[in-house]
Design a protein around this ligand. Structure first.
Ligand code: FRU
Length: 474
């Protein structure tokens, strides 16, 4: 049996043993075993493909495989056989993150082959190269070998994102330069197997990280956006509160020139669990992003159920009045069961919405001109509180699952002082909050135990007007 078959066999054996208390109803997660970054998001031959960093042999990160799922609508996913396994010399210690493109009717995966040349864990012994694998049917892949070697002196050189623009292939790669600064390198390709270095597209200044992982680069509205996931940025108040960050730098770019007018790096999400987002073009051209909804080195209570890691919901990125917005894709509306509404009313103290919630969508419009409360918001069981603090216009998401080692908050300031809209998706072990039609998002994993899933709204120190409230079981 080869390595790929062994991985598949391990996965098949572990799948029936998986626990489901936390397993998502409407987010993509591995059938069993470990998942991290989304990889190779692409529309090919009439359906969507999502690949992901996967370890089928255990719930811990290990030699990386590429898990695979397909979908007609980016919402309902169908698991497919493991696409790549670490079975060649160049990728013997892992098929790391990468992307997918369609080339001459074939699906091409461009990924990082990772291996240790010496002692495992010794950074100077890391060897990372970019590799290609192709497929006719989108299910079975044939490795085509190494297509790009790292520049001299660079060990961390990974997560290629490839796209076609202005008559050429382009590839951005995350790297760590010899001075231990994160950077994104740009390559230009005549074909998927022939690349030359174009330039350093962007580079960390002091304090901006020692490694920039998982870059992505695309045009949207009036800008080009560089998406990347820096490691090594220290927390600054509410900003950069997670161990690693993911965000965007807006600027201007055209083929053969520098990435100019770079704005400051902005986090894409303000929740606890959001890393390594990647974007792609949907069939109709919408720019969609999906991230890994977890954080490195954070407790991951689903391990006791035999699985670990899930994707965020796909979100559509748009640029409006020069600002990036993120909205849940409209296909998610297909999940809605029969909805319930509230007539406009004053929320006084507390109101029960549902006795027990596993998978639901809520949309709430708050009238901030009719509020005497000091704070108001939503609670799911004892463990999750979303609280808007009127005086400083900040929204916090607090988790309290202290038996799991998870008890902390994330916070974001909201710009509009007259009205506020929340669109919330709750799944068995996650919450995603979209604020003011995509102005800000918070994504976090949650772990209610023993049916502690009562959903209620609250106000403190006074009342608040709720203009509309809709909710749907999903
Ligand atoms: C980001 C990352 C990537 C790497 C992959 C390995 O989470 O560290 O840089 O390719 O995960 O699983």
């Amino acid at each position: 049996m080869n390595t790929l078959e062994q991985g598949q066999q391990a996965l098949n054996a572990r799948y029936p043993l998986r626990g489901n208390q936390y397993y998502p109803h409407f987010h993509l997660a591995p059938r069993a075993g470990w998942m991290n970054d989304p990889n190779g998001l692409v529309y090919f031959n009439g359906r969507y493909h999502a690949f992901y960093q996967h370890h089928p042999f255990s719930v811990e990160w290990g030699p990386m495989h590429w898990g695979h799922a397909t979908s007609d609508d980016m919402v309902q996913w169908h698991h497919q056989p493991i696409a790549l396994a670490p079975d060649s010399e160049a990728d013997r210690d892992g098929c790391f993150s990468g992307s997918a493109v369609v080339d001459n009717g074939q699906l091409a995966l461009i990924y990082t082959g990772h291996r240790w040349l010496g002692e495992v864990g010794d950074d100077s012994q890391i060897c990372e190269v970019q590799c290609l694998a192709t497929s006719q049917d989108g299910i079975t892949f044939t490795k085509q070998g190494v297509i790009l070697q790292p520049p001299a002196g660079i060990m961390h050189f990974r997560d290629p994102k490839v796209w076609h623009e202005a008559g050429s292939w382009w590839m951005v790669i995350g790297a760590r330069d010899p001075q231990q600064r994160g950077q994104v390198l740009l390559y230009r390709g005549e074909s998927l197997t022939s690349w030359r270095f174009d330039r350093v597209l962007a580079q960390a200044k002091v304090g901006e990280g020692y490694m920039w992982e998982c870059p992505d680069f695309f045009k949207l509205g009036q800008h080009h956006y560089l998406l990347c996931s820096p490691q090594g940025i220290a927390a600054q108040g509410d900003r950069f509160a997670n161990l690693f960050q993911s965000g965007i730098i807006a600027g201007h770019w055209s083929a053969g020139s520098d990435f100019t007018d770079q704005q400051v790096f902005k986090e894409l999400d303000h929740g606890h669990d959001f890393y390594a987002p990647q974007s792609f073009a949907a069939a109709d051209g919408r720019r969609i992003a999906i991230a890994w909804m977890d954080m490195w080195e954070s407790p991951m209570p689903t391990k006791s159920e035999g699985w670990c890691g899930c994707f965020t919901l796909p979100r559509e990125l748009t640029e409006e009045k020069g600002q990036l917005r993120q909205r849940p894709i409209r296909e998610l509306q297909n999940l809605r069961g029969e909805g319930s509404n509230w007539p406009p009313q004053l929320l006084i103290e507390e109101k029960l919405l549902q006795e027990s919630v596993e998978a639901t969508e809520l949309s709430i419009h708050w009238d901030l001109q009719r509020v005497s409360a000091t704070a108001f918001g939503l609670k799911l069981g004892q463990g999750l509180t979303l609280r808007y603090q009127v005086a400083n216009r900040s929204l916090s998401l607090t988790r309290d699952y202290s038996t799991e080692g998870l008890a902390d908050s994330r916070r974001v300031e909201i710009s509009d002082a007259t009205a506020m809209q929340w669109q919330i998706y709750i799944d068995r072990s996650s919450v995603e909050v979209f604020i003011n039609d995509g102005e800000a998002v918070l994504s976090s994993r949650i772990y209610p135990t023993g049916g502690d899933r009562q959903l209620k709204l609250f106000s403190q120190g006074g009342d608040v007007a709720v203009d509309t409230l809709h909710y749907w079981p999903l």
